[in-house]
Design a protein around this ligand. Structure first.
Ligand SMILES: NC(=O)c1ccc[n+]([C@@H]2O[C@H](COP(=O)([O-])OP(=O)(O)OC[C@H]3O[C@@H](n4cnc5c(N)ncnc54)[C@H](OP(=O)(O)O)[C@@H]3O)[C@@H](O)[C@H]2O)c1
Length: 337
């Protein structure tokens, strides 16, 4: 199959290009001009910024992909400029995704697979939630609420397309109805739009991630800067980068559509994973701090993750995509790379 990977220089996108080619697919890597030198080995490299609609439409049309994979964020900026990282990532999830969905549709792609996150659910109900749990769009922290709203918009765009409200899936106009000013699609132009798959990845660990030894979280733990709030009952569902890649391959090759949580089999409370992670890294044991102080010491999101977040079940991805994690437990490798 002809597959285009957007975000092909990224933590997941880069190895994904190689994994798809190893399965016999013809893979185009979409990169920004300034990142051309970091492009992976691919059958073709196309250059565009996802926030430049016209440039993106042309680049995607040039390689006529049958499937498009969206692995774009600007989270690499987190260390240097967290506000810019979140703002730019929100734009990529909304505007960038709308552009990519349109480009995929214009190019006649059949499938669109996009990265989302498995830790955006509101902390209500049991310790481990499925895909039907409501997203935390009304989180008390305005920054996190904005992030979750952008995630919700990405998911909507991937599943329904960027068409006008009420136009139905992928903006498809009912047969025989052509709105004023719209030229009916000719051969090679936009069809009904690609079938969408949203992969809600768990907290990524492994090479290049924040949880790698050299990553931001790894460095914080090694420096003793990530304490455990008392109780530490927040649940994290982890995912090794290789499994994120494997799920994306499975989603490209499957006929399934919809939202799937892609996580390992062992959702874990912070009281378990954080001390284990610190030990594996060879860092100091995390000290305990009063839970009430956690938001001030750690920031709202990290405090939420360690005290209140819910885990994410992977049953639907297993059943519908035929995917299973090669690393079923974070105990096998978190902090080791
Ligand atoms: N589930 C999770 O836990 C999760 C999810 C996402 C990210 N993260 C963390 O965030 C960090 C980064 O991971 P990541 O895979 O999201 O990001 P990444 O490795 O930085 O990959 C993002 C990709 O998006 C591309 N991109 C950014 N802006 C673009 C634009 N305007 N147009 C086209 N492409 C654009 C980047 O290209 P350039 O090379 O040109 O910038 C890059 O290829 C890691 O530490 C990871 O642990 C975690």
């Amino acid at each position: 199959m002809r597959v285009l990977v957007a975000g092909a220089t990224g933590v997941v996108g880069h190895p994904l290009v190689g994994a798809l080619r190893a399965r016999g697919h013809q893979v185009s890597a979409l990169v920004r001009e300034e990142s051309r030198a970091k492009a992976p080995d691919a059958d073709a490299v196309v250059v565009a910024d996802a926030l430049d609609r016209q440039g993106l439409l042309s680049a995607v049309a040039a390689v006529r992909p049958e499937a498009v994979v969206h692995q774009m964020t600007a989270l690499r900026l987190l260390r240097d400029d967290p506000a810019a990282a979140f703002a730019r990532t929100a734009r990529l999830r909304t505007e960038g995704t709308a552009n990519l969905v349109e480009a995929a549709r214009e190019a006649g792609a059949r499938r669109l697979v996009a990265q989302s996150i498995a830790f955006a659910a509101a902390p209500v109900g049991g310790p481990v939630l499925d895909e039907d749990a409501p997203l935390y769009v009304d989180a008390p922290d305005p920054g996190w609420a904005a992030t979750v709203r952008a995630v919700a918009e990405l998911e909507r765009l991937v599943l329904d397309g960027p068409g006008p409200a009420g136009a139905g899936p992928a903006g498809v106009v009912p047969a025989g109805v052509v709105p004023a000013g719209v030229v009916p699609a000719g051969p090679g132009s936009a069809g009904p739009g690609p079938a969408g798959v949203v992969l809600r990845y768990g907290t990524l660990y492994g090479p290049g991630t924040a949880y790698a030894r050299t990553g931001a979280t790894g460095q914080a733990v090694l420096a003793g800067r990530l304490p455990l709030p008392e109780g530490a009952a927040g649940i994290t569902s982890f995912l090794h980068v290789e499994d994120a890649v494997g799920a994306a391959v499975a989603a490209v090759e499957s006929e399934a559509t919809g939202v799937f949580q892609v996580t390992d089999d062992e959702p874990a409370p912070a009281a378990q994973w954080l001390p284990h992670y610190a030990r594996t890294l060879g860092g100091p044991a995390p000290r305990t701090v009063p839970a009430a102080l956690a938001p001030r010491l750690l920031g709202w999101f990290v405090a939420h993750q360690l005290t209140a977040a819910r885990g994410a079940a992977n049953g639907r991805a297993r059943t519908a995509l035929g995917w299973r994690p090669g690393r079923p437990s974070w105990r096998d490798g978190l902090g080791a790379e």
